[in-house]
Design a protein around this ligand. Structure first.
Ligand SMILES: Nc1ncnc2c1ncn2[C@@H]1O[C@H](COP(=O)(O)OP(=O)(O)OP(=O)(O)O)[C@@H](O)[C@H]1O
Ligand SMILES: [Zn+2]
Length: 465
């Protein structure tokens, strides 16, 4: 496998540091609805971790929630609500959106729950001479003390402006805040430097090392985070730890609207929950994954229609495969069947090769389309059992990574269980009413269908014969 590393800007072989791949992704600042742009980024990392699992790795994935920030405070002041209320509403809505998008994260640490750890981290940086306190009670990172600054974002000194206020008290304009002295009407915490709150970058250095250790494999986020956020995180962490920190820096490109980044601050967002309601989570995931995670994608209803019809095509292919597996010719495959099976295997190989190549989901989806074509042009007609079973396995593996066909893949087992359990409930009522004849008829009918009922004092159970 190879993966594009922003550090060095090249495709590099993927060799994890240990037996578990550890991944940290910068999550949202919760002051407004999560939008499609966030969804793209979060689905991209979800897909990466699912693919690594398919490839046999253990994966642990941490994605933080930024619940202390200037934008949150502004929103609270503008709306007359407390910052806690704002954070509560939007973090719930974020977690719900992740759930309906089937994005799995193992841990969602919040800044407000890690203030002590953040303070200790900053104290460590001051002790090591990488940070300084100012008369206002703020603490800044001294960028000149970290010699690799600019390497991650590939930028020279004249481009290091941090876009932060109160530059006058900094030693250099490119130093950035670790701790901000509190102003009136702002939330604050006590610290060795007085009342204040953490700057943005320090939270990710603190929480990622706390949960993933002193080195980890993948650090991700959108491309807008390369500078200054990730550059600053790296400077803080490597200065503190005294050794290299993250092995692969991975960045996703943007969802745009009329070629402009979809962004809360620009006011052009489509909330995730609205788009999921309109198109469904599976169509949206297909749409996200139809382009490589490092290319910008412009939103349009037409492209969503295309994603919808791709999904429909995959669903139809599965329906054909199901019917062939159920009723197909189980006798030994014909020469033609063997040829088809080999085609299925080579399509799967292509799928893996694409995914191994920096998670090229667009090409991987093209392989699944190719498989669907094979189903419609050969398998549907030949009704060959072996190639159908193989094709179904490919679809299952594909779905374990893309998670767009859950209902179709799980249809059989789910419905069988549900049906038999319901029948047993009916039968229990019949027996309670002493209608033993009807109850026995049901038992015999199920037996003919290959389902054996076992009655006992505790109730009835069943198994496939
Ligand atoms: N339009 C987008 N396309 C892809 N990823 C995005 C987009 N907007 C934000 N992200 C990513 O989502 C994650 C959470 O973002 P965060 O809440 O910090 O957004 P933000 O950039 O402050 O929001 P906004 O730009 O909407 O004000 C980050 O990794 C960010 O890079
Ligand atoms: Zn971060």
């Amino acid at each position: 496998m190879r993966i594009f590393n922003t550090l060095g800007r090249s495709l590099q072989p993927f060799e994890p540091l240990g037996s578990t791949v550890k991944m940290y992704v910068c999550g949202p600042t919760v002051y407004d609805e999560v939008h499609m742009g966030h969804g793209r980024t979060f689905v991209a990392y979800d897909l990466m971790s699912r693919y690594l699992k398919l490839r046999g790795f253990n994966v642990i994935r941490v994605q933080n929630i930024t619940d202390i920030d200037d934008k949150i405070i502004k929103r609270a002041n503008d709306s007359g609500k407390s910052w806690e209320e704002i954070v509560d509403v939007y973090s719930k809505s974020y977690l719900e959106a992740l759930d309906s998008l089937k994005v799995k994260v193992d841990l969602h640490p919040r800044v407000s729950m890690h203030i002590n750890e953040i303070i200790s981290f900053i104290e460590g940086l001051i002790e090591k001479g990488h940070a300084y306190q100012t008369s206002s009670g703020s603490v800044y990172f001294d960028v000149d003390t970290y010699r690799n600054y600019g390497e991650l974002s590939n930028t020279a000194k004249n481009l290091w402006s941090q876009g932060e206020e109160s530059v006058r008290e900094k030693k250099h304009p490119y130093d950035f805040a670790l701790w901000k002295a509190s102003k009136p009407n702002e939330p604050f915490w006590d610290s060795p430097w007085g009342r204040g709150r953490p700057g943005w970058h320090i939270e990710c250095s603190t929480m990622s090392t706390r949960y993933l250790g002193e080195t980890f494999d993948i650090h991700g986020g959108g491309m807008d985070l390369i500078f200054p956020h990730h550059e600053n995180e790296r400077a803080q962490s490597e200065s503190m730890l005294g050794h290299p920190w993250v092995k692969y820096w991975v960045h996703t490109a943007f969802i745009t609207i009329k070629k402009e980044k979809m962004s809360k601050s620009l006011g052009n967002i489509i909330p995730l929950k609205d788009i999921i309601k309109k198109w469904g989570a599976s169509t949206l995931r297909v749409w996200f994954l139809s382009s490589h995670y490092r290319t910008n994608v412009d939103f349009s209803d037409e492209s969503m229609e295309q994603a919808k019809s791709s999904l429909e095509r995959f669903r139809n292919a599965i329906a054909v495969l199901r019917s062939v597996i159920k009723e197909g010719n189980i006798s030994y495959s014909s020469e033609r069947g063997i040829k088809t099976s080999n085609k299925v295997l080579s399509i799967y190989q292509k799928f893996l090769t694409s995914m191994d190549d920096d998670f090229d989901t667009a090409s991987a989806l093209a392989s699944i389309h190719e498989l669907a074509t094979l189903v419609f042009t050969e398998i549907q007609e030949s009704r060959d059992f072996l190639s159908s079973v193989l094709a179904m396995q490919v679809m299952e593996n594909f779905n374990s990574v893309f998670r767009v066909l859950d209902e179709e893949i799980n249809a059989n087992s789910l419905s069988l269980e549900r049906i038999v359990d319901n029948i047993l409930e009916v039968r229990k009522t019949l027996r309670e009413k002493k209608m033993y004849e009807a109850s026995d008829m049901i038992r015999d009918a199920l037996m003919k269908a290959g389902i054996k009922i076992m009655d006992s004092k505790e109730g009835s159970t069943w198994r496939l014969e």
